[in-house]
Write a protein that binds this ligand. Structure first.
Ligand SMILES: Nc1nc2c(ncn2[C@@H]2O[C@H](COP(=O)(O)OP(=O)(O)OP(=O)(O)O)[C@@H](O)[C@H]2O)c(=O)[nH]1
Ligand SMILES: [Mg+2]
Length: 189
């Protein structure tokens, strides 16, 4: 069975969560900020590079406004990958992203967490984000939903991570089966 992996985007309002997901899923972009008030999701399949395999993703968009934080937490509980998005031209949105990271750490989230700096068409680098991700061994991607820069690379990385997880889980299953086989062998004698 081909498993579908859940990807959730978190982050402050107007950082471009919806825009990144729309770019990834439909290759579309709009200059209008359609403020999310609920949660929606898109489907996306990613063809792995140098492989026949296709990874199926569900991309969950969340509302960035503070008042929706508790609702947002319901959506990322069973996520495989969590994207924490901030805007490269807005340092306050990086602080909000760091807050989300701390919440996930406190909750012992076992999701793969990626910090995503969006709007790189406005500002290409963010030293504070680089320092934070280095100090916290956090994966970091810089993208522009507007131009599409970096989006494909981000989703290729996500799909590769899901693929590795799938392989790891499959080999873990083999390890669980082995003791039962051994036991029935002992009973036979
Ligand atoms: N320059 C630039 N603007 C962007 C980019 N991505 C999004 N925007 C703009 O930023 C604004 C907010 O984008 P959204 O994707 O709606 O932001 P959001 O994070 O989903 O916001 P909430 O739904 O309120 O949480 C819109 O006007 C977008 O057009 C980008 O890569 N570059
Ligand atoms: Mg949105």
């Amino acid at each position: 069975m081909n498993r579908v992996f859940k990807i959730v985007a978190l982050g402050a309002t107007a950082v471009g969560k919806s825009s990144i997901l729309l770019r990834a899923a439909c290759d579309q972009y709009s200059d209008v900020h359609k403020l999310n008030i609920g949660t929606v999701y898109y489907r996306k399949t990613v063809q792995l590079k140098n492989s026949e395999e296709v990874i199926k993703l569900e991309l969950w968009d969340t509302a960035g406004q503070e008042r929706y934080n508790s609702v947002t937490q319901l959506y990322y509980r069973n996520a495989t990958v969590i994207l924490i998005v901030f805007s490269m031209d807005d340092v306050k949105s990086l602080y909000k992203a760091i807050d989300w990271h701390n919440i996930l750490l406190e909750q012992n989230s076992d999701a793969i967490i990626i910090l995503v700096g969006n709007k790189s068409d406005m500002l290409l680098t963010c030293l504070q984000a680089e320092q934070y991700t280095l100090a916290n061994t956090l994966q970091y991607f810089v993208v522009s939903a507007k131009l599409g820069n970096g989006v494909e690379e981000l989703f290729q990385y996500i799909a590769q991570s899901c693929h590795k997880l799938k392989q790891h889980n499959q080999s873990a299953k083999v390890q669980i089966v082995a003791p039962y086989e051994q036991k029935s062998f002992c009973c036979f004698f």
